[in-house]
Design a protein around this ligand. Sequence first.
Ligand code: C2O
Ligand code: CU
Length: 613
Amino acid sequence: MIVSAALLTLGAAAIHFVVAPPHFREYLPFGAFFVAIACAQVIAAVELLARPTRRLALFMCFSSVGLIALWFASRTVGLPIGPQPWTPEEVGLTDVICNLLEMLSVVLFALIALRPPRRRRRHLWRIALGSVPAGLLISGMTASALAAELTPMTESYNAAPYRSGGVSVADLTETRGSEHVDRFTLVAQVSQIDGQAMWTYNGTIPGPELRVSQGDRVEVTLINKLPESTTVHWHGVRIPNAEDGVAGLTQDAVQPGQSYVYSFVADEAGTFWYHSHQQTEAQLPRGLFGALVVEPASGRVAEDRDYVVLLHGGPGHVVINGARGELHLDAQAGQTVRLRVINAVAPGMDGGPETPVLVGADARVAALDGRDLNQPQPLPATRISLGMGQRADLVFGMPPTGSVQLQLAEAHGESSFVSNAFTLFSRDQPPSAHVTVGDGPAPSVPDLMATPLFDLTSYGIASGSAPTSFDVERQIVLGSHAAFREGRPQLVHTLNGQASPDTQPLDVSEGDVVHLQIVNDTDEYHPMHLHGHVFRVLARNGEPVSGSPVELDSVLVGPRETWDVAFVADNPGIWMFHCHVLLHAGMGMMMTINYHGVYTPFEMGTRSGNMPE
Ligand code: C2O
Ligand code: CU
């Protein structure tokens, strides 16, 4: 018992030693306090082992209670002194473990104090052996606390620091010309949706559908009425770097009460979306996203009906345009319909895609990620895999009678342990919604999981040729391993073995043709998204694309797959390249593409408060 109590005290002392330096930096007396406590604990533990007395045990018992009380106060009401008096500090893994050790020691000290050690001498080896389990437990706890403390949140990180000369990302804008301007206001605010406090743009989830014509200038004023800072990112739109909305890379996050104007020309028609890119992992699923549709300059969309179908919510309980259950869309017999399907569903740890299937009419996959495919042929019911962030435009004609449905094919019982656990805890979630287009009898729905999977490498008709010579070639291996990161144990997600912010940027010069070979060394899906550019898909698992050219801003790299993609570096800036599974990006799967001669004045980390993942 005495040995265990001493070990517990030594464990706490070790933690106190390790946390002292950051406290010194924060506030000198705090640092000194931690060193003093650590020294006192070491002395007391040694003293206890050498000359255990009831007095000493009693003293240790009370002083530990005092320390625990102090910690408790600092985490609840805050301390009266320090850099920020009376503001509670955040609870971390390290301090929880430290206090657990101390709480256990309090109990042991009390027991020792109440029942003085027996006089009969026990053999030293028996004492040693008896303390092995406790020793292992205590050193395990101490080690994880130390690991957590030694892998802190990044304090400040600049993805492309200033080096004499060069242009700042903030200056990479597009000067106004004579183009037509479409003005929108997005108010980021807390709103009650279905009795829950959600974060919304203009009070709805999804946010308002922004529709503009190709060639228009889009001018969006973001007004932040949230309790935290935020940004807006224009997913898939090739815009000047300064308008990209990435906190800590292209701007500082917009503080509560502040506003910010985004302005860019929508050069390309297609289906895009927008979402927060500050604390994305937390803010996007809370409701901060919406659709952005750029209609072709040649006038209206060719189809009679043109709808956005935005999938959101979680896997297995997908919500469509805010509707649970059925979303009804109007269309008459014989009309043509375009469904712009956007996947904003936050997947579980496996990162799995959504797989919508159109039933009741043969549909053409007219566009992927907003870019048209060449001569797409109509397909009977087919599952179209959409990774988080990806889009597909489905075009079809309404049958003479009856309605058409968009259903989600969902595998049951095949999902990973994590998503199973997720489903378990998200109690009473209704099943996923579906879309019904038109009126009349519903089409007969086949076994969705038995329908063929859409293969983008052999769809439509080839045209032109893909680039074959490259200025920059890089292999990017997607990996994951368990480790401590940012103060907690994580399934760290890596690019070439490194997690952000330690990932190597890809340096390019304007005009470079870049070849990326993305190798997935995990059993998860990774929709790898590049800002500001489009990928031309070259091959999947070594099989070249034989059908229509495919251009994507997010490539869904399935478990153990290899994809070859190319892009032209024609949009100077510092651009994010990351997995769009927000969990994975949050655990490190992020890097940047850095143009020579461009720097960013913005920084990420706890100091600036810019946290783009
Ligand atoms: Cu849709 Cu970097 O994001
Ligand atoms: Cu991923």
